[in-house]
Write a protein that binds this ligand. Structure first.
Ligand code: SAM
Length: 417
């Protein structure tokens, strides 16, 4: 009877957990309000809102040591000062501050307001002036569209974020890593039974899948969650964003087995699909390889108009296309001026490759050969359209549209020539 009752209670607890969406962001704010340093390193010496100066020194010394250990792995790292670096889940700045010493500009992302407040105090105390902090990736990207980094770090952070959210964040971070940029990311992968001294036994590869069935009630506000990540998924994302060579440093944090991935992004992607070569296909949207577009209007059902004198599209080159003779295929239509003319000059990496004088406004295909010396080993390729006579439909009286149209791009792809 008693056994059945115990089983029922255990089952109810599990159901409770599965139904419960833990707000880990709120937990972190709760922790940081009273114990910001302990929240980072859960050692009793770091309890409290502020620490004696010798304990504070010890806390920051641990960060300096950790960052020095990470960068010592990368040959050539110390030889140059990096441009912009990012620490995701920067807490009170234990790692962000030493990272900032290697960079012109350092950025932290930190979800808890109280952590950010303490971090700002530490920046002031340590006279560090090249650091900016944002609360989320969205806020960072909104305020700095197109920002990218030469080093992205995150230590003991993903383990506290539900994996289904964490993989999305990881993808955002990888997208923002420059080719050649460094990466140091830490994840929990699994835990053994003895890590559950305070109660549960489970392996949690997402926030709703528990693979063993005794779970203590850890739903209380302000408790730290520990989530495991799937190495297969991490590996797939690393390859998707061109990080093919990396080292995994394993640790055991109280029977939580973790990995710190130390690598470098060498390519745009390691997942080769024919689609990567098409930069604008039937105008649905620009391909993911496109990193920057300017002077174009929003894509329509048939294609995309240029809407200024100059329009550019830049994209990462697949490694297999670098330094090769290439063939750019463009399907274009023209919007004619009041004098019934339109033309475009095309430039690749600022070198003129073609000039077209349109004699009709239908969709026509143009093939443009690009010589290897134009691309060399650049990983970016920029195509510029210089429009002869940008003209609005309003001026020629065909509609009230005031956009200064020139050339409509229907298709654009680049392949070995
Ligand atoms: C254990 S602390 C580690 C801090 C820092 N990485 C270090 O090692 O010194 C985890 C930090 O990640 C932050 N954090 C948790 N979830 C986050 C999220 N979704 N976005 C940004 N920061 C987050 C927490 O507020 C906390 O400051």
């Amino acid at each position: 009877m008693q056994t059945m009752r115990r089983q029922r209670v255990a089952l109810l607890k599990v159901m409770n957990i599965l139904d419960y969406e833990k707000d880990t962001n709120a937990d972190w704010e709760e922790i940081a309000q009273n114990n910001p340093y302990w929240g980072v390193l859960t050692d009793d010496r770091f309890l409290g809102k502020s620490l004696p100066s010798d304990v504070l020194d010890e806390f920051f010394e641990s960060g300096r040591r950790e960052i020095a250990g990470i960068v010592s792995v990368w040959d050539g790292f110390n030889k140059h000062k990096l441009g912009t670096v990012l620490d995701f889940g920067s807490g009170v700045g234990r790692l962000l501050i030493p990272m900032a010493a290697y960079a012109e500009k350092a950025v932290g992302i930190e979800i808890s307001k109280s952590m950010v407040a303490e971090l700002k105090k530490n920046l002031k105390r340590q006279k560090v002036e090249n650091v900016k902090v944002y609360m989320t990736c969205e806020e960072l990207l909104k305020r700095n569209p197109g920002i990218s980094f030469n080093w992205i770090n995150s230590q003991i952070v993903f383990q506290h974020i539900q994996p289904e959210i964490g993989y999305k964040i990881l993808e955002e971070l990888l997208k923002a890593l420059n080719i050649g940029g460094y990466l140091s990311l830490h994840f929990n992968i699994f835990k053994t039974l003895s890590s559950f001294s305070s109660g549960g036994i489970f392996q949690q590869t997402d926030s709703r899948t528990l693979s063993a069935l005794y779970v203590d009630n850890d739903t209380a506000m302000g408790t730290m969650q520990m989530y495991d990540y799937d190495l297969n998924k991490i590996y797939y994302l690393l390859l998707k964003y061109g990080v093919s060579e990396f080292r995994g440093v394993s640790s055991n944090h109280g029977e939580h087995y973790t990995i710190c991935i130390l690598g470098q992004r060498t390519d745009y992607t390691m997942l080769y699909t024919p689609e990567n070569h098409a930069f604008l296909k039937n105008a649905g949207s620009w391909s993911k390889a496109v990193v920057n577009v300017s002077g174009f209007s929003n894509p329509e059902s048939w294609g995309t108009w240029t809407d200024s004198k100059e329009a550019t599209v830049s994209f990462y080159m697949l490694p297999e296309l670098c330094g090769k003779k290439l063939r750019m295929r463009l399907k274009l239509r023209a919007f004619f001026s009041i004098d019934n003319e339109q033309s475009v000059k095309l430039f690749v990496n600022n070198i003129e490759v073609s000039s077209i004088l349109f004699d009709n406004s239908y969709d026509n295909e143009y093939i443009i050969n690009i010589q290897p010396d134009i691309i060399k080993n650049d990983r970016y390729l920029t195509v510029k359209f210089e429009i002869g006579s940008p003209t609005s439909p309003n001026t020629v009286g065909t509609s009230g549209d005031t956009r200064k149209l020139g050339v409509g791009v229907v298709n654009m792809d680049i392949n070995p020539g």
